[in-house]
Design a protein around this ligand. Structure first.
Ligand SMILES: Nc1nc2c(ncn2[C@@H]2O[C@H](COP(=O)(O)OP(=O)(O)OP(=O)(O)O)[C@@H](O)[C@H]2O)c(=O)[nH]1
Ligand SMILES: [Mg+2]
Length: 318
């Protein structure tokens, strides 16, 4: 696993969300357009029930445009759900989210609408809040926002927005999701291993966009393995360690950083089809884990019963 997860935070996020939801008419769920599946939090869908949800795909400037359209259509197949793609470079599109939000709650026509933005760390929540509010009220950057006091801000069209976003924790069970979250920069540097994420990235690029790797790093041919790819990048970028060996960690950092900033073009790492496949695999892995835990518990119980019986027999014999 390239990253560490924090189940304690998940529990806290659930309680916070549960407390605020009754007052909210629409949730604006912010997802990263490059990984709309892995940046989702399954808990949110569960908590929302039938409450309208606007899925906003952020950083769409870094994602494949046609894939973003596929995802939008996919999300809108779900009842009470609308989807829109935005980028911070296109503020008018972000401000249009207001009319979309208003259209999702026709029963609130002429009344005030309370909306809340929710999403995983670093996905672009504060950026959206600031553009909707028309002023800088939420801090943007790479550190998770700390909620001190919840305030409300009017953003027009009768909509009031909670100015502190609900920070959710990402999908924890799927190993591939973990890698993708680390790859796009959701995870703090200190909690991830660049080489591991670099190898994952190299495999993804080789599978889907090998020619971009060749072009970006001026390679003579398409590498055949992830190691070959990382070594080739290291070679081209002068990442030499002691005794002339390629520094794998440095080469991996270069690949990951350049993918994040769009250096290898617009990339979407997931499709609704791969999501379905991975969901099945993840559910099977969870079921397997639960079964193993159940069996272990049973074995421990049995062992305890056997020990008690042995003790009783020896007592009876005394
Ligand atoms: N390329 C690109 N970068 C974006 C976009 N939106 C936000 N960012 C960048 O993504 C980073 C995180 O944005 P924030 O708005 O601070 O994200 P957040 O969800 O509030 O993050 P936390 O408060 O840490 O949970 C910042 O460096 C933004 O400049 C976008 O549409 N395109
Ligand atoms: Mg923020």
């Amino acid at each position: 696993m390239p990253i560490q997860w924090f189940p304690g935070h998940m529990h806290k996020a659930r309680l916070e969300m549960q407390a605020v939801l009754p007052k909210i008419h629409v949730i604006i769920e912010v997802l990263d357009a490059r990984i709309p599946y892995s940046s989702e939090n399954p808990m949110l869908a569960e908590l929302l029930g039938d409450k309208p949800c606007l899925k906003v795909l952020t950083k769409s400037d870094l994602a494949d445009e046609s894939q973003t359209d596929v995802w939008r259509s996919h999300f809108e197949e779900t009842a009470f759900t609308r989807a829109a793609a935005v980028t911070k470079e296109d503020v008018p599109t972000i401000r249009q989210l207001r009319s979309l939000v208003a259209s999702m709650v026709p029963n609130r026509a002429g009344k005030s609408i309370n909306a809340m933005i929710a999403g995983i760390p670093n996905v672009g929540k504060s950026t959206i809040i600031n553009f909707l509010a028309g002023k800088k009220i939420a801090k943007t950057g790479n550190t998770p926002a700390v909620t001190k006091q919840q305030q409300r801000v009017s953003i027009g069209d009768g909509i009031t927005l909670l100015d502190t976003p609900g920070v959710l924790w990402p999908n924890v069970h799927n190993v591939n999701s973990g890698y993708r979250l680390a790859l796009i920069g959701t995870i703090k540097e200190t909690a991830m291993d660049y080489a591991e994420v670099g190898f994952f990235a190299a495999r993804a690029i080789l599978e889907q966009w090998p020619e971009r790797l060749v072009e970006r790093y001026g390679l003579d041919s398409i590498p055949t393995t992830d190691l070959e790819a990382i070594e080739a990048i290291g070679h081209r970028r002068g990442c030499l360690g002691k005794s002339g060996v390629i520094d794998i960690d440095r080469a991996s950092r270069i690949l990951v950083t350049e993918i994040r900033s769009g250096g290898l073009g617009r990339l979407t790492f997931e499709t609704p089809a791969t999501m379905k496949q991975e969901k099945v695999q993840t559910e099977a892995a969870i079921a397997q884990k639960e079964e193993t835990t159940r069996q272990r518990k049973q074995q421990r119980k049995q062992k305890f019963r056997d020990q008690q019986r042995t003790k009783k027999i020896s007592r009876d014999m005394e």
